[in-house]
Design a protein around this ligand. Structure first.
Ligand code: PMP
Length: 347
């Protein structure tokens, strides 16, 4: 996969990694504000973090069963999306995705002067991979973003359809699996990365692991792509606290599974309650439900009741996305929706 010209001769930043007794090579200072015994003893805040996040990548390796040499970790999958564009996109290259999908694909495309083209969803918000394959043949894109499960609809692609795209395009196919742990099959494309020249999978700990504030995401790809991306990645991109938190989180995968199973159960109940109240919901394989409502100003009325959901604007007005909460939160939402419907029908 050809990187953009400007980065083709770059070498990855290489910190000194030799044993030492006195470390005077990186303009670091003494740990005088947070000495041992004050806070987080296991971290040396005065020293730069491990630039390659090796221990963390080892933990990720154990979790996903893919060799750590094929993993890059960063500040959320957002940093990984930007790193991919930074490495591969020249001005006026084409980037494809579906519509609606995660908004940052088009925003980063603009920032990197790429032409962003979206394939519209079907009327039921399912996404047609054949349309994407045909468009890709016509416009020869550099990158294609596939979000599966898709944000904001929850639509999950069939794995074989994604692989068909990968096999039928020269473009780099970036599969964003931010919500995969909530999907019923949890079938990730991660195990396929070494078999293709042009496949990157993005994952995050922001959703299923509940670590959105720690900012931790990662990508997995073949060795050639990972090497190219490492030449462009900022040194020390992931701070030591996040590396530590990530390792701790990945040692509790069982708890994560319990949590995602609970959310899947809660989603069934919430979906049924929304349908009973007359909302049109769409099948979701993520931790949210996409739905339609004719209630005027539903978002604003809920805000007055201190409840936040996501609303969409033209051409998707009338559509909403609600995160599946714990059962208490979901019950409060449903109770308020009932009251709103009752009020509207009586005025
Ligand atoms: N991809 C998708 C599909 C998302 O919905 C989000 C967050 N909303 C992200 C990536 C970014 O997540 P993060 O940077 O927190 O890993």
């Amino acid at each position: 996969m050809k990187t953009k010209n400007a980065v083709k001769d770059l070498k990855p930043y290489q910190p000194n990694e030799v044993p030492y007794t006195i470390k005077l090579d990186a303009n670091e200072s003494e740990n005088y504000l947070f000495p041992k015994g004050v806070c987080l003893d296991y971290l040396e805040f005065n020293l730069y973090p491990d630039s390659q996040a090796s221990a963390l990548r080892k933990s990720i390796e154990r979790f996903i069963q893919v060799d750590q040499s094929l993993i890059i970790a960063g500040n959320g999958s957002s940093e990984m999306i930007e790193l991919i564009l930074k490495t591969f996109i020249e001005p006026n290259d084409k980037i494809l995705s579906f519509e609606p999908s995660f908004s940052m694909y088009s925003i980063f495309s603009k920032i990197y002067f790429a032409d962003y083209i979206a394939v519209p969803s079907e009327d039921d918000f399912s996404l047609d991979m054949n349309k994407m394959i045909n468009l890709a043949k016509k416009v020869n894109p550099k990158i294609i973003f596939i979000c599966s499960p898709n944000n904001p609809t929850g639509f999950l692609f069939n794995q074989n359809d994604i692989l068909k795209l990968v096999q039928n395009t020269q473009a780099l196919v970036v599969v964003d699996e931010a919500y995969i742990e909530f999907s019923s099959q949890q079938k990730s494309l991660i195990t396929h990365v070494s078999s293709y020249e042009n496949l990157i999978v993005l994952r995050t700990l922001s959703k299923a692991f509940g670590l959105a504030g720690a900012r931790l995401g990662y990508l997995v790809s073949n060795q050639g792509i990972v090497n190219a991306l490492n030449r462009v990645k900022s040194p020390y991109n992931l701070n030591s606290i996040t590396q530590y938190i990530g390792i701790q989180a990945l040692s509790q995968v069982e708890k994560m599974r319990e949590f995602t199973n609970q959310i899947i159960e809660n989603k069934k109940v919430l979906n049924q309650d929304l349908v009973t109240l007359g909302f049109q919901t769409y099948p979701s394989e993520a931790n949210f439900i996409f739905f339609r409502s004719d209630i005027p100003d539903l978002f604003e009325v809920l805000v007055e009741r201190k409840i936040l959901i996501r609303k969409f604007t033209k051409p998707m007005d009338g559509y909403y996305r609600v995160t599946v909460g714990n059962s208490e939160q979901n019950q409060i939402l449903i109770k308020n929706l009932k009251e709103i419907i009752h009020e509207k029908s009586s005025c």
